[in-house]
Design a protein around this ligand. Structure first.
Ligand code: PMP
Length: 456
C-alpha cells in the first residue's frame, strides 16, 4: 500500500487550505465542515497525509463495490485513455456497446436496452421522462423514506427530509408509505401483515389519485440511504401486479442496491421481479468514472423506435466510464465478488450485527443483506425513540457525531445517516477486514449506549 504521492502533513494542510478557500461542498453549511484531506486509497482502505489509515465501511456513499483502485479497472481506464477519451453519444463505440451488452445480460427480464447517464439522479430524471412519454400520463408515485437524487425531479421524488428545502416543483409527484415493519406506518406486527397493508394503502392511493393519470411508481428495491429496509416477501410482486393492472410503469431504482451490493447482481433478483425501467449508477463501475443509466424494457424501448426520444447528455456513455464498467463487471464475475457479498451478509456481517444488537442497548434493530446493512440506533429499545431526531443537525446530532468520531479514532470510516449506522463496505472486503471493522463498531457503540435511557 505505497502511496503514489509523497505524504507530508504540510502537503495535507495545503490541500485542505485550497479546499476551504475554493471548494463548495454538497449538503453542507460551508463553514461548519472540516473535510479530511485524503492522500490515497487501495482495496478497503484510504489514508490521510498524517499517516492515518481508515478501513472504509462507507464505500464512498455505497459506491466502490469493487474496492479502491482495483488494478484491473485502473488499467482499463488507462488503456482507454490512450485509445479514445471521448466521442459524442451518437456514435457506436466498442466499450459503450460492450458495457450495454454486459448490463443488459445481467438485468432481469427483457430490460435489454440501456440509456447511459452520468449518475443516479439523471437516470431517475430520464426514467420518469420515459414513463411519462410512454404512457401519456403525468403523475409519479414514490415512497416516503426514499432517496432518488438531487436534481429537480429526483429530489422531489425523494421521500425523506432531504426533499424539504428543495420542495418547489413537486406538481404531479405523490408520496405514499412503503413497508417498514420496525416503524410500521400501518401499525402492523408481522411482515405478512405489513406487506398486505402496504399494498392496500398503495391501491387506495392510486384509487384516489386516479389510475388513468399515473405514469409511474418508482421504488428503491431496497431503500438505501433512507434506512436499508428490506421489503417483505410478496411486496414487490404485489406492486408489479398493481402496475400491470392499471398500465402504470414500474421503475425500480437500483442506483445503490445494484451491481452486487445485496449479494445478487440486482436486488430485484431476490424476489424474481422485473420492473419496466431499472435505474443504476455507482456499482456499475464502482464510481471510478461517473456513470449511470436506465435499463429499458422492450415495450418502452419500442415507443421510441420511430418517435425520437427527447433527451440526451453530452457525456452519455462516456468511453472512459464505459471502459471502467466493462472492467468492473468482468472482474466482479471473474472474482466471484457478488457471491462473496452474499457470503459476507449470511456468514459474517449479518451474524456479527445480530450479536451486537443483543448486547447494546442503543441498537434497536439491524437489517440488511449482502454488504448492505443498517444498524438503527435508539434511545430506548422499548419505545424505539431514535437516538437523534430525524434530520438532526448541529447539537441535536451530537450522539451520532460522537459515535462516528470514536470509530474514526480506531481506524474505521463509518457511514452515519440520521440515527443509523450503515454497514456498507466494499463487496470484496476480506472476511478478516470485515471482522476487524465490526469489532471496532462493537467497541464504539459503547459511546451510543451512554446516550440511552438504559444508561440512566
Ligand atoms: N437513487 C438512489 C437509490 C441513490 O442512492 C442515489 C444516490 N445516493 C441516487 C439515486 C442519486 O444518485 P447520484 O448521486 O449519482 O445522482
Amino acid at each position: 500500500m505505497t502511496p503514489l504521492t509523497p505524504l507530508t502533513p504540510q502537503e495535507g494542510a495545503a490541500v485542505k487550505a485550497a479546499d476551504r478557500a475554493h471548494v463548495f461542498h454538497s449538503w453542507s453549511a460551508q463553514k461548519l465542515i472540516d473535510p479530511l484531506a485524503v492522500a490515497g486509497a487501495e482495496g478497503s482502505y484510504f489514508w490521510d497525509y498524517d499517516g492515518n489509515r481508515f478501513l472504509d465501511f462507507s464505500s464512498q456513499l455505497v459506491n466502490t463495490n469493487i474496492g479502491h483502485q482495483h488494478p484491473k479497472v485502473v488499467a482499463a481506464i488507462q488503456e482507454q485513455a490512450g485509445r479514445l477519451c471521448t466521442l459524442a453519444p451518437g456514435f457506436a463505440v466498442d466499450v459503450r456497446s460492450e458495457a450495454a451488452r454486459l448490463i443488459a445480460e445481467r438485468t432481469p427480464g427483457d430490460l435489454d436496452k440501456v440509456f447511459f447517464t452520468n449518475g443516479g439522479a439523471e437516470a431517475v430524471e430520464n426514467a420518469v421522462r420515459m414513463a411519462r412519454l410512454h404512457t401519456g400520463r403525468q403523475k409519479v408515485l414514490s415512497t416516503y423514506r426514499s432517496y432518488h437524487g438531487a436534481t429537480a425531479t429526483a429530489i422531489n421524488l425523494t421521500g425523506d427530509p432531504r426533499r424539504w428545502p428543495s420542495d418547489t416543483a413537486s406538481a404531479g409527484i405523490v408520496h405514499f408509505w412503503g413497508p417498514f415493519l420496525y416503524r410500521s406506518p400501518f401499525h402492523a406486527t408481522t411482515e405478512a401483515e405489513e406487506c398486505e397493508r402496504a399494498l392496500r394503502h398503495l391501491e387506495d392511493t392510486i384509487a384516489f389519485e386516479g389510475p388513468q393519470s399515473i405514469a409511474a411508481i418508482i421504488l428503491e428495491t431496497v431503500p438505501g440511504t433512507a434506512g436499508i429496509m428490506v421489503p417483505p416477501a410478496g411486496y414487490l410482486a404485489g406492486v408489479r401486479e398493481i402496475c400491470d393492472r392499471y398500465g402504470i410503469v414500474f421503475v425500480l431504482d437500483e442506483v445503490m442496491a445494484g451491481f452486487g451490493r445485496t449479494g445478487k447482481w440486482f436486488a430485484a433478483d431476490h424476489w424474481g421481479v422485473t420492473p419496466d425501467l431499472l435505474t443504476f449508477a455507482k456499482g456499475v463501475n464502482s464510481g471510478y468514472v461517473p456513470l449511470g443509466g436506465v435499463a429499458i424494457s422492450a415495450a418502452i424501448a419500442e415507443t421510441f423506435d420511430t418517435r425520437p426520444y427527447p433527451g440526451g447528455l453530452t457525456y452519455s456513455g462516456h468511453p472512459l466510464a464505459c471502459a471502467a464498467a466493462v472492467a468492473t463487471i468482468t472482474t466482479m464475475a471473474e472474482e466471484g465478488i457478488v457471491e462473496h457479498a452474499a457470503h459476507l451478509g449470511e456468514n459474517v456481517i449479518g451474524p456479527a450485527l445480530a450479536d451486537i444488537a443483543e448486547r447494546h442497548p442503543s441498537v434497536g434493530e439491524v437489517r440488511g443483506l449482502g454488504a448492505f446493512w443498517a444498524v438503527e440506533l435508539v434511545r430506548d429499545k422499548e419505545t424505539r425513540e431514535p437516538l437523534v431526531p430525524y434530520n438532526a443537525a448541529g447539537a441535536d446530532n451530537a450522539p451520532m457525531a460522537e459515535f462516528a468520531t470514536a470509530c474514526k479514532k480506531s481506524g474505521l470510516w463509518p457511514f452515519v445517516n440520521m440515527n443509523r449506522l450503515h454497514v456498507v463496505p466494499a463487496c470484496n472486503i476480506t472476511e478478516a477486514e470485515a471482522k476487524e471493522g465490526l469489532a471496532i463498531l462493537d467497541e464504539a457503540l459503547a459511546v451510543a449506549d451512554r446516550h440511552t435511557t438504559a444508561a440512566g
